[in-house]
Design a protein around this ligand. Structure first.
Ligand code: SAH
Length: 454
């Protein structure tokens, strides 16, 4: 194998994409990963970093563009780490995401020939995010910067207008900027763990329109909170809640545990699958509501409830998936680790007149074991873990319940495939998978998978 060095310029065709959305080409046996390229491009690539069998490149010159290319419609694209697919058509983005799910299931899971439904695309690539967690920083002139981190870095790319979020967030950001100029406390600095204002956190109930604005502070509060509330009120007609979140930890974790409402309610509400949901600042809520309804529709189809089942919803957040199908089950049990989310789930059940649901706060693995010890025998189990997937111990516990079906909702095809392999060994092979595009223009893809007892 020829050697590849930093600063070499190589010509290649891009033939695939990495999970992070960089183009993949090959040169003399080396896989070369180059951001902002697209499958079908022929390009001159400058090597910027090398490892034993692969290298990272930078696009030097596009010799012949891929037919999938389009003109990116955002000036921050290429700098900001949010979107990675604004330079190719949505149809080709969907193709790439579907292939990624298939590839993970085949290569990591070993499931050749598993039926995979065509990916469920979104109606719009824009305006779908109902939540933004914007890091704050300062530029060379000491001016506030606010936006998104550049890829693989903690450098903030100032992004005054983001296409992924609703228009009202851009207005709230502008109002915050103006307020900060006049009244703001010092911006937090990660390296010295000094300064106060860390992030601006915005959330909107898409259907209700209710907006929550939250400032994450290294401390307990801000010096001009009343003026901040006035600034948000002026910019956001449907403002429901202004919150201060305290995060004094030296950490990358965005939110601290303590919230203090300085205006309006402690939560906002939204409507999903015909039900009304309360969402506290610390509770998880699907960022793309419209696609979440489709995702839950598939999950419900796979759950195949007839009215007589005990349904267990593990990693339930505010209870949304389980509650959306509680009318088709005899009883619903939900498990979630964030106390505020469990509180929301209980209130959500009550507000929607759902009386056959019970929610537990704790680690999914431990709670599942506790339910097993209590003699509960769920017929259908829903799993919706974070990106790292499920622990082997949890998978064993789930299999030992001997449910009829397991519905696995996953935001990472690689950990899904790994977990499905263990499930298959324990008598629960996958029957069918459905990719869903919950996060258009970004590298993420969601999958719902039905596993059935052999
Ligand atoms: N099913 C919900 C939430 C999915 S996100 C929905 O569709 O809205 C994953 C959830 O798992 C989050 O709410 C997170 O707080 C929770 N979680 C993370 N680790 C957990 C663990 N070890 N045990 C239980 N819940 C966990």
């Amino acid at each position: 194998m020829a050697l590849i060095h930093k600063n070499d310029i190589v010509e290649m065709e891009i033939t695939g994409m990495t999970a992070q959305g960089a183009g993949v080409g090959h040169w003399e046996g080396f896989a070369v990963f180059t951001p902002l390229t697209a499958p079908g491009d022929k390009a001159r690539i400058r090597i910027v970093k090398t490892a034993k069998t692969y290298a990272f490149g930078r696009l030097e010159e596009l010799l012949s563009p891929s037919p999938d290319r389009i003109e990116p419609d955002c000036p921050c694209f290429a700098q900001c780490g949010g979107c990675c697919y604004r330079h190719i058509s949505y149809a080709s983005e969907l193709k790439i995401k579907e292939a990624r799910v298939r590839d993970a299931l085949e290569r990591i899971g070993g499931f050749q020939g598993l039926p995979i439904r065509p990916i469920l695309g979104a109606d719009s690539r824009d305006g779908y995010r109902n939540k933004a967690l914007l890091p704050l920083g300062t530029d060379r002139n000491g001016e506030l910067t606010m936006g998104f981190y550049a890829v693989n870095s903690h450098r903030i790319v100032d992004c005054p207008y983001c296409r992924l979020q609703p228009e009202i967030f851009n207005q709230a950001m502008e109002a915050f900027r103006e307020w900060a100029k006049a009244y703001g406390d010092p911006i937090y600095d990660e390296s010295s763990h000094s300064g106060r204002m860390r992030r601006l956190y915005l959330r909107q109930g898409e259907i209700t329109g209710q907006v929550m604005a939250c400032v994450v502070v290294n401390g307990n509060g801000l010096h001009h909170e009343a003026e901040l509330v006035e600034a948000f009120k002026k910019a956001v007609p449907n403002l429901s809640s202004v919150v201060i979140n305290s995060n004094r930890e030296r950490t990358n974790v965005a939110l601290g545990q303590k919230c203090r409402t300085i205006y309006g309610k402690d939560y906002i509400e939204d409507t999903l699958c015909g039900l009304r949901f309360q969402l506290s600042p610390l509770s998880f809520y699907q960022v793309n509501r419209t696609q979440a309804e489709r995702l839950y529709g598939l999950a419900s189809h796979y759950a195949g409830l007839t009215g007589s089942e005990l349904l267990l919803d593990l990693y339930c957040g505010t209870g949304t998936i389980g509650l959306s199908m509680a009318d088709k089950a005899q009883r619903l049990l939900g498990v979630e680790i964030i106390p505020e989310a469990v509180e929301n789930a209980r209130q959500n059940a009550e507000k929607n007149g759902i009386h056959n649901a019970e929610f537990f706060c704790g680690d999914a693995g431990k709670a599942a074991q506790m339910l097993a010890d209590r003699g509960e025998l769920p017929d259908v189990i829903i799993l919706d873990p974070p990106r790292k997937g499920c622990s082997a111990q949890l998978i064993h516990t789930v299999a030992e319940f001997h449910p009829k079906r397991v519905v696995y909702v996953s935001c990472d095809p690689a950990t899904l495939a790994r977990d499905l392999k263990l499930f298959a060994e324990l008598g629960y092979p996958p029957v069918e998978a459905s990719p869903v595009d919950m996060f258009p223009a970004t590298s993420h893809v969601e999958t719902v998978c039905l596993l059935s007892k052999t």
